[in-house]
Ligand binder design. Sequence first.
Ligand SMILES: Nc1ncnc2c1ncn2[C@@H]1O[C@H](COP(=O)(O)OP(=O)(O)OP(=O)(O)O)[C@@H](O)[C@H]1O
Ligand SMILES: [Mg+2]
Length: 244
Amino acid sequence: MIRLDHVSKSFDGKKILGDFSISVNKGEFLTVIGRSGCGKTTMLKSMNGLHWPDSGKVFVEGRELTQSNVIEIRRTIGYVIQNRGLFPHMTVEKNITYVPVISGKKNKAENRELALKLLKTVGLDEDSLLRYPSELSGGQQQRVGIARALASDPKIMLMDEPFGALDEITRQAMQDEIMKLHQKLGITIVFITHDIREAMKLGDRILVMDQGKILQLDKPEVIQKHPTHPFVKELIGAGSREQL
Ligand SMILES: Nc1ncnc2c1ncn2[C@@H]1O[C@H](COP(=O)(O)OP(=O)(O)OP(=O)(O)O)[C@@H](O)[C@H]1O
Ligand SMILES: [Mg+2]
């Protein structure tokens, strides 16, 4: 579904991703974990062309990302980030229907119907529709962020620490919701987290990164039982301490 093929990326002469290759399978839930600054967000952004590799190729559903198709392909990929992802000056409805509208879908009644359907999908009340993000709780804003990402009916969702700022109870509820959505919609999800327990709970596979490289990529139970690197072992040990 997504393939990075020998992708390298440097910023200011510093190598952030080094010869990085990975294939994400159709329908897979891949969680990504690693130290701050190890290149997780850079890797994720190269999957939807928000970062362009210095060398190597990126394929989405078998199509190589190029300058000429990147905008079109990016609109078919949901992207959810922690906080500040919503447009503060737009209502929830406008936020949710943003991508369809800029893609040319201007029918107001249809867009409202879409927004209502998606609010329901992510477990929000209809009366959130005309509110502004600042009038919602953190958990509600995150749900709107997910609804917005779902609005273009994506086959792929890229999620960058989407639940990082939520309290533990809300976070667990959101984890359950996203697992249900994943099962129901059959979408492919790449999900970055700092929380090894979250990575274990959600992931079909876990990608452990360090310094722009893959340390280990395997099913949660294999990562747990057979960590192949001291850092992975340390992570598992940190599971009880919650944060890296
Ligand atoms: N646009 C940019 N310009 C310059 N440097 C950048 C840019 N984006 C990222 N970097 C640098 O690349 C490195 C990796 O950043 P990245 O955001 O991928 O890390 P991360 O693993 O997502 O970290 P975190 O867990 O803190 O989010 C960092 O040193 C960062 O400062
Ligand atoms: Mg990051």
